[in-house]
Design a protein around this ligand. Sequence first.
Ligand code: SF4
Length: 538
Amino acid sequence: MMNRTFKSGESREQPSLLPPRIEDYVGPDNPVRAIESYVCALDLAKLGFRHADRGVEVGQPPYDPADLLKLYLYGYINQVRSSRRLEREACRNLELIWLLKNLKPGYRTIANFRKENWKALKAVNRSFVLLARELGLVGGSLVAIDGALFHGDASKASIFTRRRLAEQIANLDREIEAYGKSLEDNDATEVEQRPDGHGDGGGGHGDDLGARVKELMAKRSRAQADLEGLDTSEKRQLSLTDPDARLLSKGDQTIAGYNVQSVVDDKHKLIVASEVVNSSDAGHLHAMAKAAKEVLEVKSLQVLADAGYYNSADLKACEDDGIKAYVPPSEGNGALEKQGRFSLKDFGYDATVDAYRCPAGELLRPTKGRFTNTSGRVEIRYLSRKAICGACPLRARCLAPKGVQRSIGRWEHEDVIERHRARMQSADAGDLMRRRSGIVEHPFGTIKCRAGYRHFLVRGFNKVRGEWSLMALCYNFTRVLNILGFERFVACMVAKMLLVHKHALVAALHCIQLAPNAFRAQIISWFAISRLRPAPAY
Ligand code: SF4
């Protein structure tokens, strides 16, 4: 028999397997020290965390929100999101034991922290963007906007549109009718079987059918009530599991969940503004661009977005706010082109005479007054002359079969659209639009593909927004840590901590303790030359 040797582990009887100091559980440049330094530099009371400014009170002391925030940051960076898994990791993961100083919060405490502090988590996310701006990590001149669909904690079957409810009611009606017919047939059979013509009233199969019909009737009443509820409300969908999740489609994908809007800065692909919505991308261009402009504190901003964001009102609002938007014009449904008729692009507007020129070279003049179209835009109507159109050789390609003249509605702010169209035809627009996906897909690619975050664990707008804030914060945090490097990151946090906290010396010493021995002298020198501005009001 052959003697074989294998690597062997430590004996379980050995008295000390781990280093005697918790401090030695993690290496000198372990990223967990960066989490510690970052959270220590935050003013959690100002950011709105519960219990952050708690004094000495009676009863069991709560967990420090700083410790729970560290736990969540560590968890989301390391793909551990559920409160039960975080509870387990806090007991067995040496990095977490170091980070939490051996505290072991229960899963309810962990879950409640995320639930109750969703606003504060949003504030932390924003404060990190301000920090990145102070560190010169955002360019602040070019951003890209896009939306990504994330599954909610709800199934598609739990969300009803009017059409689905109407179909369900129709199906139930058919089933009820079929069961009703079965009941009648049953009764007839029983009568035939008894020569005196009386049933025995003993139930059996007939009772089962009756119970099933009652059940179906109750289901129908509920569906009818839901349909009436949708008709009287502004909602277009009814979600039974997560009230705020919606059926959303993009390309060939349909999900039950949310649409996460993100604005990404061109310089280092950091998310500078984001929001969770439950509708399509349309109508969010201006709100997102404005949020980015405010956080970046810039006077002008170039914004790139795809055709899904094309909206005339948004383009005007962007222009009014000093935001230069690059959005491919929507092609519409091309109904006129499909019919072989001239569309709006075949008519040129001549500002010198305030008229449109048709393909036959004739002018369409403005009519008096203003009209509000079906989408709420105020328009001026331009009309061709009936007599000229009547004799025009192109009339078959221009007018509707029974039409006698051509009319064009011009938006009262159409000049905004014309300037945008000219911008999109400029030389730099093509290059910018090619860069768009490279900018905005970076965070979504990282969050969805590398971290594997494609769905939310929580329900309802508030909690989902809190969870998204954690995802975005962890993306930005990891990116900034990679860009700056561990030592520089910790040095920046030391400087920040001195600006934020009152007990500056204690705070600085605490942060310096975070750093490994080899880097302490360097950190102190960086700290001395730090040019950070005073702490912003978050
Ligand atoms: S039908 Fe009227 S509007 Fe159309 S091309 Fe002819 S003249 Fe112009």
